[in-house]
Structure formats: C-alpha cells, structure tokens
Design a protein around this ligand. Structure first.
Ligand SMILES: Cc1ncc(COP(=O)(O)O)c(C=O)c1O
Length: 371
C-alpha cells in the first residue's frame, strides 16, 4: 500500500514533546495512573492485581466489550470489536469496505486517516467540505447528493475535529435514514462523544441509528486516557465486524493486556471520568470566550458545539504558518495551522482539553500584545 504522509502526525512528531504548551491538543488531560486505579471496583481491582501478561482475546476482553456495549442502546457485547486506538479501527474498516471502483464520502477538513486510508485502497473519495460561512454546519442535502451507486461508506465525525461541529438531531436523521434506505455503511466517528457542550445535543449513536451504522469510539478523548491506545467499533452488522477482525490479524492481533483492564476501570467509572473532562473543557472555554472577545481585532471563531477543539482564524495578513512558528519560538505555545489539514486560509486548530490552557493563552495574549 502506498499512502501519503499523515500531515498532522508528522507535525506532532516534531513538536508534541518539545514545546511548553500544546494549545492544539485534541485530547483531554490524561489521568494519572494511580488515580485511575483508585477508581476500580472490587472485580476490576482483582483483575488488575492478578493480571497475567499473556496474549489477550483478539476481539477484546469480554468484560470490556460488555462495558462498551452499555454506551449504546442497540448494541450487544458481540457487536463490539476492540482495537489499538481509533486509528487502527479506521485502518481496518477502510480496508475492508473500500477497494478500486468503490466510493466514499467523508467530512472535511478532518482527521486525515478517515479519507487517506480509503484513497490508498484505490477507492474514490469525495470530501464533504464544511464551510466557515455556514458556521461549519453539516449540509445533509449536499452530502446525500454526493452519493453514487458505488458508494460503500460515508464517514461523519461529530463532534468534529477540528471545527467542533455537531449536527442537529433532524440533520442527523436525514443522513442516517437516507443511508439506511440505500444500504450504505456509515462510520460515525464519535471519539468526542459525551463532550457536547449542551448534553441535550448528544446525537443518537451511529450504531443505534441503523443496522449498517458503525460507531467509532476510543478512550483517548472524552475519557482522557489516550495512553491506553484502546478504541473500538460497534455495529449490528456482525458479518462486517468479522471481516474487520480477520483484517486485524495483520495489524495488532490483540490489545495490550494492561490497557484493556485500565480501560474497563475507566468505563465503569465513566460518570467520574466524564465529569472531570467536562469540568476542564468548560473552564477552558470560558477562558477562550474572553480571549476571542478581547482580541476580536485579530482572531475570530465559530464557537464549537462539542468536543475539545475549535478552528478559529487569524485575521492578520501574516500567514498562519509563519505566525505559529514565531509564537512557538517566542512563547513555547503550539498552535496547529490549518495547512496541516490541507485547508486554505488562516485557520488554526486550538485545543481546550489541557489544564495548562490558562498559561498557554496568557502566552498567546502576550505575543499578540507585542506585535
Ligand atoms: C476525529 C478523530 N478520529 C480518530 C482519531 C484517532 O484517535 P486515536 O489517536 O486515539 O486512535 C482522532 C485523534 O485525534 C480524531 O480526532
């Protein structure tokens, strides 16, 4: 397989562990290990204490799959397949569903692998562009108009990376009902699910919406446990899941034994985990609201409706890549220029899941003040 470089990951490979403040991270501040283990119930504490470091079940630990299934209405433990992060799930699913002659429609700008892996299979991919002039909203009619007889997969990421877009229930129903009618698979990339700014805006999960709906979940974002590298696909289409499981034999075969138990602890304690994530995100958004109000002369944004990231715009003449470079040199604060998404103009990704955001924003403000 020939595949283009993952621009965002190459950028992070250069900067992620070399800067003082990552003001563009997409995850929520990771849990300290000891605090996570302290959340274990009697059963998971024993599983952790007695853990043997052998191979694990390739579909995922049965208790973990059962806990994941509880996140959905219509999903049973056997409708869940565990992966090494969401990234591996995207890779396997795209390879299983797409091939030369096939076609996919994918929201864009976005996480590159959701369209790049599909393209690398030889399939044709239509990018469903979100536009700032529409408040980054999904356009169900335009998306449906892009479907073809050869369309095998539609990928919608919501809450969306990088814009924070979240469709309304009516818009979501238009998409899911049309795909159900046509028998097209939907990959609902829900890695930021449970971080809706208004919980009432939470959408029906893709896996609950119809038989060929597939939910993509992960411990990395809302659950603030990116280091576990545990993700999953959930779908009632068991034949598809079996094909993904067979493909996974050529990637990781099975998950890390400690990570599975830690993910189980985290999911059973999800009320506490998600409450902490929401507290961090809400406090940071208040701070960002002040920044965008105070610096409306230089910065503009569409306030995200969910997730832990947004896609503001620098209003200066200076290209965002140059601005970001000077900022990181001067203040050690990293922004992610929109060019890393292949997106034109002066947008950049800002992340508000990290607890050092107040210091990072102070650095950005000092830099704006200076010139
Ligand atoms: C929309 C989206 N999907 C999938 C992923 C992959 O998640 P992970 O890195 O935990 O595998 C990311 C990570 O940034 C993402 O933003």
């Amino acid at each position: 397989m020939r595949i283009a470089e993952f621009e965002l990951e190459r950028f992070f490979a250069r900067w992620e562990f070399a800067v003082r403040h990552l003001l563009c991270a997409s995850d929520v501040e990771g849990w300290p290990m000891a605090e996570l283990v302290a959340l274990a119930d009697d059963e998971t504490a024993a599983l952790w204490r007695d853990l043997r470091l052998g191979y694990t079940e390739s579909t995922g630990h049965p208790l973990l799959r059962a806990e994941i299934a509880r996140l959905y209405e219509a999903i049973k433990p056997d409708d869940v397949l565990v992966f090494a992060g969401a990234e591996e799930a995207i890779f396997c699913l795209s390879n299983v569903l797409l091939e030369p002659g096939g076609h996919a429609v994918v929201t864009w700008p976005g996480y590159q692998s959701v369209y790049e892996v599909g393209q690398a299979t030889g399939a044709e991919v239509t990018l469903h562009e979100l536009r700032e002039s529409d408040g980054w909203a999904l356009d169900p009619e335009r998306l449906i108009a892009a479907l073809r007889p050869a369309t095998r997969l539609v990928v919608v990421n919501a809450p969306h990376n990088p814009t924070g877009m979240l469709p309304s229930p009516a818009e979501w129903a238009l998409v899911t009902e049309e795909l159900a009618r046509r028998g097209i698979h939907l990959l609902a990339d829900e890695v930021y699910r449970f971080l809706e700014l208004d919980a009432a805006d939470r959408l029906m999960a893709g896996a609950d919406a119809f038989e060929r709906g597939i939910s993509l979940g992960v411990m990395s974002k809302s659950f603030a446990l990116a280091g576990l590298r545990i993700g999953w696909l959930a779908t009632r289409d068991r034949a598809l899941l079996a094909r993904c499981a067979a493909f996974k034999d050529y990637t990781t075969i099975c998950s890390s034994a400690p990570s599975e138990i830690l993910a189980l602890i985290g999911l059973r304690a999800r009320e506490a985990i998600l409450a902490r994530s929401r507290r961090i995100v809400e406090a940071n958004l208040d701070r960002l609201d002040r920044l965008f109000l105070d610096r409306a002369d230089r910065l503009a944004w569409v306030r995200p409706r969910g997730g832990s990231i947004g896609f503001p715009r620098l209003l200066d003449e200076e290209p965002i890549d140059r601005f970001a470079e000077r900022l990181v040199e001067a203040e050690g604060v990293l922004l992610l220029p929109g060019s890393r998404f292949g997106f034109p103009g002066n947008h950049f990704r800002i992340g508000f899941g990290r607890t050092d955001l107040p210091e990072a924003v102070a650095g950005l403000e000092r830099f704006l003040e200076a010139g």
